[in-house]
Design a protein around this ligand. Structure first.
Ligand code: BGC
Length: 949
């Protein structure tokens, strides 16, 4: 129900100021407000009560949809609260702000729905709107043009109408509506040739089965569209022709011809309001643009693309066309194109066979390696009753397309739906039949329902993963970006594929799998999506034969995993690469970077400890741990000092090659041996016999583990990164910043090798992984020694520094590294996001927040107790995150004065521990369904108390 008194919106003179609702004539609204500022009394007189409650109810709905609202009232907090508490639910209330006493005091609401005062300088002196825009809206990334102000003169019925219209507009936009909450959106506006490749990476949509870069659907002179098929490889055309991820035919391609003129960013006369938005909550790529062609026809086009998370073979595309100043004809070509090449210049496809399918065209292709693919498309009108559209099929030598001709009417939206299906011979023997079946089934379901299933699947993932950070919206958004890509890139039940260094978003590293997966990403899955973590570990079991072959080839026993792995597990590290200036550089990692075997073992063990999945340790895991242990005992040797040494390796710091006794490698190898010993002792005779393990062999592992050289200086507690490191030249890394080039390029490879400049966390990485092996002094001393020597030449480095610095209580350092990690892709601060997002960096951002800032960890001695030692960084008012631990779902809130843990789900209690005074642990057995809080006192926490969940 709407009242007759309505208001109009005064568009701002420039895009820099808010829009104000001013008069009482009907309003024209074109884009959604992200922040609404509502003046007025909340309770009002009795006759206005109904309208007030309508307004509050609508405000609740808008807040739940991600809008921010600032209510400005003349009343006091006490007077205003009852109406708010009665109408606005607890979750949406977090996005509500309240300015009381006419704007003198401003409040937000915490996770329990309680008001929290915001420090407003000179109470009342500054205009509340100016204060709010600067302090709250701007840090959230809300532009003034996304702010709608309803001024004082209007009563609740006008406010209710404005809110209703906002909701109506959103409903009318349907799936094309961008998220109202900027912390859930990555928005790229305009078109910038120089940034286009980077943007394509950031806006990738994926579902673990495939990933599509966020290229412009109609292309541009620089567009590099690519759809990667997870786990499928073909040879590259690089200097070393290693395998690279297969690039499928382009399925999302569209061509728009408006009254005979092409709609494209580079050829139209003007393109206004051109935005591409990654809606991370719903897993959608949205686009909007208003283009005017040379003939003066102005058209607004919106698109939506998604790779379904509920059916990974389904890809959806929606198009909305609204002529702004004409009625006429628009032709839309929806193309399946086999005209694709990889960045290395390779064409993976040996042949194509375009066909007429039962419901739409099909493109069948076969790679040189024999992979068969079938891609089908079906384009329909969203409203066949009233929309005039005719689609013809056209088959070319390597393409199949639908050409749809639409008669469009001035100001009216014509909407097209396209459903694309994709199967390959990796999914079974008959991809063509399967894709046809999929299309037929999809034809019986409404497009919105297919889209809804996908959104529901994303919602389920976010429920298990989303991290909220009050007071640091940039980091919160960057985390969502990280989790979006991590969720999108994993296949939770196909162990034939793991995750490449750049996920499914770009061609750098050719889709190869590194330690990045186990050490940087797996922890996130372990604690939010254990099935996905298990599948990733099973990939290492499936590729164990490749690891055996590599060990054998290099003269060792057991299994040595490929430094870079693809489908078979054989080594795929290129032996040579070409530098940006054309130099051919040898790469030794494939021969010498052996810590990967111990990294896999570490991840496996950590997974089993954190999930309670003992089965994997008895079965596939046992084989991995035993085979990798066998490798280590043959990889090193006992020397005259009676200790076991591992020579000629590369540690995480790749600036130093062929070094002896890299501390990281030796310590991790020792862990690997310890895990193997524990497992070999527990698997029972039959399994031990099957794996050929004898008591003598276990004894040998024990000896090697016990006498492993660890490089620890007993005087200082420092670990020497590798033998001779302390004697190398000290270089003040900070003196070279800011820099845009890697430090090894500035110093030259030779000098870097002879210096103490460290590429990335190496000893610091070890601290993060084996925290309980080191004393508090050792952790601190080693961090303080290595941090200034580290150049962060890899995206894997800053996140781990943030984690360790936060745990050590080095707040400013942790905040700086967290910011650096958050900007690797979103700020392109390594300059190479064009090659894809940095998946390990994304995983390290989550770890820095979960394990560093929130301070969550378990100890080897007690995996059934979660230790919570939060260190909120400057500005942070709350960090909340869900966490799975040994079958329980927990929700942790780290607050300035307390920690709260809610055991949301589980069948048995779990231990929670905080540090009390002088480090004494305070623990509680937390029961499922209940919530607990420990309040902070000066130098520790008080005992846990039970609280309302
Ligand atoms: C890093 C490695 C990493 C690889 C892939 C290299 O630059 O040094 O640690 O595994 O990139 O991300």
């Amino acid at each position: 129900m709407t009242s007759t008194a309505t208001a109009t919106i005064r568009e701002p003179a420039s895009g820099r100021s808010p829009r104000f609702v001013t008069t009482s004539t009907p309003a024209e609204q074109h884009h959604l407000a992200r922040l609404l500022v509502l003046h007025g009394e909340l309770r009002g007189s009795a006759e206005r009560a109904a309208e007030s409650s309508r307004a509050l109810g609508l405000a609740n709905t808008l807040l739940a949809r991600g809008a921010r609202i600032l209510m400005v009232t003349g009343a006091s907090l006490e007077a205003a609260l009852p109406a708010i508490e009665g109408a606005i639910e607890r979750e949406p209330r977090r996005r509500l702000h309240l300015a009381t006493a006419g704007g003198q005091h401003v409040f937000g609401f915490d996770h329990r729905g309680r008001p929290v005062a915001l420090a407003k300088p000179d109470a009342g002196a500054e205009d509340v709107l100016a204060f709010f825009l600067r302090e709250v809206a701007a840090p959230l990334g809300i532009d003034a043009e996304d702010v709608l102000v309803v001024e004082e003169t209007f009563g609740p019925s006008v406010i209710a109408d404005v809110l209703q219209r906002e909701l109506d507009l959103e409903a009318q936009m349907g799936p094309f509506a961008p998220p109202r909450d900027p912390t859930w959106a990555i928005v790229e506006s305009g078109f910038d040739v120089a940034r286009e490749h980077e943007i394509e990476s950031l806006l990738t949509i994926a579902n673990g089965y495939l990933g599509m870069r966020g290229s412009l659907a109609e292309g541009s002179s620089v567009s590099r569209p690519a759809t990667f098929l997870a786990g499928a490889f073909e040879p590259s055309s690089d200097v070393s022709p290693v395998p690279e991820l297969v690039i499928a035919p382009d399925w999302g391609r569209l061509r728009f011809t408006v009254e005979g003129e092409l709609f494209a960013v580079e050829t139209t006369t003007s393109m206004e309001r051109h935005h591409r938005t990654l809606d991370m909550r719903r897993g959608l790529l949205l686009r909007e643009g208003i283009a005017t062609g040379p003939g003066g026809h102005t058209t607004r086009i919106r698109t939506v693309h998604l790779a379904s998370l509920s059916n990974r073979h389904l890809l959806l595309e929606g198009v909305e066309i609204v002529p702004q100043n004409f009625s006429g004809t628009v032709v839309v070509d929806a193309v399946l194109s086999g005209d694709v090449k990889s960045g290395s210049g390779s064409s993976h496809w040996a042949s194509f066979e375009p066909r007429h399918g039962h419901v739409g065209p099909i493109l069948v292709g076969r790679t040189h390696g024999g992979l068969e693919l079938a891609l089908a498309s079906r384009t329909t009108s969203a409203d066949p009753g009233s929309m005039q559209m005719r689609c013809d099929r056209q088959l070319g030598p390597v393409s199949a397309m639908e050409r749809c001709t639409l008669h469009v009417q001035l100001g009216e939206a014509s909407v097209l739906h396209r459903v694309v299906g994709l199967f390959t011979s990796r999914d079974g023997t008959t991809p063509v039949q399967r894709v046809e079946l999929l299309e037929r089934e999809a034809a019986t379901t409404a497009f919105d329902a297919l889209l809804g299933d996908h959104v529901t699947a994303w919602q389920a993932r976010w429920k298990q993963s989303d991290v909220e950070i009050d007071g640091a919206p940039r980091i919160e958004r960057a985390l969502r970006f990280a989790l979006y890509h991590l969720i999108a890139t994993v296949h939770p039940n196909d162990p034939r594929c793991s995750i490449g260094a750049r996920a499914l978003s770009g061609e750098a590293y050719r889709g190869h799998v590194f330690w990045d997966t186990e050490i940087f990403m797996v922890p996130f899955y372990v604690h939010t999506w254990p099935e996905a973590a298990r599948t990733l570990l099973l990939y290492r079991h499936l590729t164990l034969d490749g690891a055996r072959r590599k060990a054998k080839k290099l003269g060792y026993e057991g299994a040595l995993y490929a430094w870079e792995s693809a489908d078979t597990g054989d080594e795929t590290t290129p032996e040579f690469v070409r530098s940006p200036i054309g130099e051919v550089i040898p790469i030794l990692s494939g021969f010498e970077e052996h810590h990967i075997s111990a990294d896999v073992a570490y991840a496996l063990w950590a997974y089993a400890r954190s999930t309670g999945d003992e089965r994997i340790l008895r079965e596939e895991g046992a084989e991995i741990l035993i085979e990798t242990a066998r490798f280590w005992v043959t990889r090193g040797s006992f020397k005259a000092d009676g200790q076991f040494h591992i020579d000629r390796v590369i540690g995480p710091d790749e600036y130093h090659e062929s070094v002896d006794d890299n501390a990281f490698t030796n310590w991790m190898a020792r862990q690997n041996l310890r895990y193997a010993i524990a497992v070999a002792r527990g698997i029972g005779r039959a399994k031990a016999v099957a794996l050929g393990v004898t008591p003598e062999e276990i004894q040998r592992w024990e000896e090697v583990a016990a006498r492993m050289y660890l490089g620890r200086d007993p005087r200082t507690g420092l670990l020497e990164q590798h033998k001779g490191f302390f004697g190398l030249e000290y270089v003040d890394v900070a003196a070279y910043s800011p820099r845009t080039v890697p430090i090894d390029v500035l110093l030259g490879r030779e000098r870097t090798r002879r210096s103490q400049v460290v590429k990335q966390a190496d000893v610091v990485q070890l601290l993060a992984l084996l925290w309980d092996e080191f004393s508090p002094d050792e952790r601190r001393e080693n961090f303080l020694y290595y941090e200034p020597r580290t150049a962060h030449g890899s995206s894997l480095s800053p996140g781990i520094h943030a984690l360790v610095a936060a745990r050590l209580g080095l707040l400013e350092t942790a905040a700086r590294y967290l910011e650096q990690t958050a900007s690797i892709d979103l700020g392109n601060n390594m300059g190479n996001a064009a090659g894809g997002v940095h998946a390990a960096g994304l995983g390290s951002l989550w770890q820095a927040v979960a394990f560093g800032v929130a301070g969550l960890r378990t100890t080897p001695s007690d995996p059934e107790t979660l230790i919570v030692e939060p260190t909120l960084l400057p500005g942070m008012r709350r960090v909340s995150l869900p966490m799975q631990l040994r079958g329980r779902s927990l929700l942790v809130h780290a607050l300035p004065g307390a920690v709260e843990v809610h055991v949301v789900d589980g069948t048995a209690p779990i231990g929670l521990a905080v540090n009390g005074r002088e480090g004494a642990a305070r623990t509680v057995r937390a029961e499922p369904g209940r919530a607990y809080a420990a309040r902070r006192e000066q130098d520790g926490f008080l005992a846990w108390e039970e609280i309302e969940p």
